[in-house]
Design a protein around this ligand. Sequence first.
Ligand code: SF4
Length: 333
Amino acid sequence: MDWISIQKELAHEPAYRMRQVKKALFVDFIETWDEVTVLPKALREKLSVEFPLGVTAKTLVSKDDATVKALITLKDSKQIESVLMRHESGRNTVCVSSLVGCPMGCTFCATATMGMVRKLTADEIVLQVLFFARLLKREKARVGSVVFMGMGEPFLNYEAVIEAVRMLHDPEMFGIGARHISISTCGILEGIQRLTKEDIPVNLAISLHGSNDEVREKLMPVARTYTIEKLMETIDEYIQVTNRKVMFEYLLVEGVNDADEHARELGKIIKGKLCMVNLISYNPTGKYTATSEKQINHFKSLLEKAKVEVSIRYRFGRDIEGACGQLATKSSS
Ligand code: SF4
């Protein structure tokens, strides 16, 4: 879907045509132009030829049906992954990619092995949500929230990510509340500073994964550029300006960052701030071993003792290569 070109094409038409097309694409989630019967036949035919709406994708569904993973092939044959997570509450969350590959080199991440391939356009980001919105429409359900936690560091593609956020938030398009859109960064301070000044109150999540710089550097090379101290200073400013709670993602990896002393260190960093910690069980991609459930629960209890708000997120879709980049890297190798 090329929304910019579609808008250019419709610029020659009466203004109400734009509204009709916007509604058809982003509210009714049409899959072919023939469905838009309010448009003249000639225009429908023209749009069908110039802007086909099909998405080339392979899908994998987890055994429990809660997770659907899509491997989407873009116009230039590059592939990206997007995931639909159906929560027990009934909410449907789509996890989108913002880059093809990623240059950040996190040692636990399958996408990192691809290196940087290219940035996605805002349209390509939105297309991922559109794909699942169409799928859910067939079940009379909707996308309730979007998280930028798929392939690629979102702040390396800042402009396109924010443009996509605006499209997702636009009441005439997807109409997803800003509080139901989350951007997750490995800690690019410039991106956090820019987001602090945006007028759109999306959620910010930080992939921390280490309670001190030494541990963090083992897992995330970005930690060599930005220390935890600098990161927390930037987070403090963000909270001061926005008054929005920040979520810290902490992936537990056996023997690396899951000892009791790490929980205590983490508690000291987070305590007293408008923040919460989300402990994530590691979905093995080869290099590391996942922390046992018993230790995850113990780690959680230590944080609770330190008066830190904490939850545990077990990875969705373990049986379908649930960690980001696992499908795309297999497909391209
Ligand atoms: S975890 Fe995120 S930031 Fe790190 S390499 Fe993977 S995609 Fe990039």
